[in-house]
Design a protein around this ligand. Sequence first.
Ligand SMILES: [Zn+2]
Ligand SMILES: [Zn+2]
Length: 345
Amino acid sequence: MKALVYHGPGKKAVEDRPKPEIAAPTDAIVEMVKTTICGTDLHILKGDVPTCEPGRILGHEGIGVVDKVGAAVTAFRPGDRVIVSCISSCGKCDYCRRGMYSHCVNGGWILGNKIDGTQAEFVRIPFADTSLYHIPAGLEEDALVMLSDILPTGFECGVLNGKVQPGSTIAIVGAGPIGLAALLTAQFYSPAEIIMIDLDDNRLQLSTRFGATAVINNKDGKAVEKIMKMTGNRGVDTAIEAVGVPASFITCEDIVAPGGTIANIGVHGVKADLHLERLWDRNIAITTRLVDTVTTPMLLKTVQSQKIDPRNLITHRFKFDRILDAYDTFGAAAKTNALKVLIEA
Ligand SMILES: [Zn+2]
Ligand SMILES: [Zn+2]
């Protein structure tokens, strides 16, 4: 089968690989139908993720059809259409029993990281019963690719951890796919104001279409000043960090109101300053989280009932044999205006 293989920092190739086999009775083999590229894949390609070793097939998102199941798999049969979760969950360890699948001692984020991932014709999914989700018949499948990772990530790490509430004021720093996923799902709670901050006018325009009440281009570095003005010098109740660089985290520190929450989503590669000398008396909370994907079944229902339509996040489509072009397009998002690139079998 064809697969996109990581070969160390800056190196990747499409290669022929043997089709994966069932290795444990709880495994399933899934034939991939649609997959996508995550910002995290670009981090891997930069060499930022040392757990991902050369030779690894990348990818942790997508939908497919079950090809084979191990003897212990009871919830899925060959032919079932499924969403692959970016997090593998054994369902049995202490963390899984607490709903913290991201830290499953037998799984967690292993797909396309510690084990071969979804950017291939077939993928082996460990703990299939608790790591795959059935696709209800008749559902528009493009949108469901967003349920593997970005929707639960934006919702759990940004909206839930950020305690977004009816009437509250929130700011999302970063209008990439994850920030936009937070924007879409924050609206479940009817916040009064959602302010999006980015450096890219195209992404900010899209944010307005997705429900932002105000957008700020921070090219002039005045986002903090503008937000304080917009909020009567109070700041925001929830500041969601959706970039993963020190400057955007510090912006969140600068705009959080007393009693507010900074919810970090971004993957940080270097340290960011924590200004406790300004924050110690402001009753704020700072949260971090790796997505658990515990909300995937709930989010699936909101897509099914069209409360949210994440299809609008898809900007480009490629056949699998053009996956290298898909990487080029996604990697040059500032030029290509790419958000999510869909890669189809
Ligand atoms: Zn991802
Ligand atoms: Zn577990």
